[in-house]
Design a protein around this ligand. Structure first.
Ligand SMILES: *[C@@H]1O[C@H](CO)[C@@H](O)[C@H](O)[C@H]1NC(C)=O
Ligand SMILES: *[C@@H]1O[C@H](CO)[C@@H](O)[C@H](O)[C@H]1NC(C)=O
Ligand SMILES: *[C@@H]1O[C@H](CO)[C@@H](O)[C@H](O)[C@H]1NC(C)=O
Ligand SMILES: *[C@@H]1O[C@H](CO)[C@@H](O)[C@H](O)[C@H]1NC(C)=O
Length: 249
């Protein structure tokens, strides 16, 4: 317990320094801890027919989403951040992702274009490298969904909900086998949601006025009510970094 407190203090100290190597992108968004949560990184992923998934901007040209959002999708795909629309130039799903529901439900979308930090109102969410031990002890998060006007249609307004971590077993009921890997998936529950269409959206914790992504909405009960499974982002930070820092992609 003592070492956990120490490491959290160290993490918070390091986060205060903008150039921290702990951050995938040191320009990631600041947020006001007391005010409403700013979400300049929240992304809508679309194909030609319309909205398909949520996502979060993690660098100036990559959006983190779920692998299922790339499954059986063919170009063109688009990402909407605030009012800006980007073409997707490349979609990368984790190579060990197989079926839904299943583990390794993580993917990246490379934008055809970059966010301009000096002019745009868009900022990436923070991805913390090598901080799994601290983040795995966080139990309360923000989750996101899209308010539905009518079946199949999605409104412009995102919904923020409070989400709490549950023991993995809560996501392993016989009638609803969802969580298959304790070390790479999170079981958590919100008052409402996630619902169909919310997949790919981020699970977020605030640390020292930074929004940090800890999970990706993967799958939940059809009723939109009850324990749901999220991909544990801390298990994949090296995979993410290897792609977004690659010079050949
Ligand atoms: C976080 O934001 C709140 C509200 O703006 C502010 O009062 C507080 O000092 C900030 N904390 C840090 C560590 O920057
Ligand atoms: C997306 O790509 C299409 C076809 O190449 C192009 O016409 C369009 O202007 C692009 N849109 C954006 C927002 O870059
Ligand atoms: C970002 O915006 C600034 C100010 O308008 C401009 O000078 C700069 O060229 C832009 N950078 C990119 C990469 O578009
Ligand atoms: C869970 O995932 C890890 C990392 O991919 C893997 O090493 C492990 O074998 C998986 N465990 C099970 C039970 O599938």
């Amino acid at each position: 317990m003592k070492s956990l407190l120490l490491s959290l203090a160290l993490l918070e100290l390091l986060l205060r320094h903008k150039g921290s190597a702990l951050l995938l992108d040191k320009n990631c968004a600041w947020t006001d801890e007391d005010g409403p949560l700013h979400t300049p990184w929240l992304a809508k992923v679309n194909n030609e027919k319309g909205f398909i998934c949520g996502g979060a901007l993690i660098t100036k040209n990559y959006v983190l989403t779920a692998a299922q959002c790339l499954y059986n999708q063919k170009p063109p795909m688009f990402v909407q951040l605030e009012e800006r629309l980007f073409n997707v130039s490349r979609g990368i799903k984790h190579r060990d992702y197989r079926v839904q529901p299943g583990p390794n439900d993580i993917g990246l979308l490379k934008l055809d274009g970059e966010v301009n930090y000096t002019t745009d109102d868009i900022r990436p969410i923070c991805i913390l490298m090598d901080a799994a031990s601290v983040l795995r002890n966080k139990n309360r998060f923000y989750g996101f969904g899209w308010e539905r006007i009518e079946t199949g249609k999605v409104s412009q307004f995102e919904m923020t909900t409070e989400v709490r971590r549950l023991p993995s077993e809560e996501c392993q009921h016989d009638n609803m086998p969802q969580l298959t890997n304790h070390s790479t998936q999170i079981c958590a529950e919100a008052h409402y949601g996630p619902c169909n269409g919310d997949a790919g959206g981020p699970l977020v914790v605030i640390i020292n006025n930074r929004s940090v992504q800890v999970g990706i909405t993967s799958n939940g009960p059809a009723s939109c009510n009850g324990p749901a499974v999220y991909t544990d982002v801390t298990s994949y930070t090296r995979w993410i970094a290897s792609i977004v820092r690659s010079r050949i992609l």
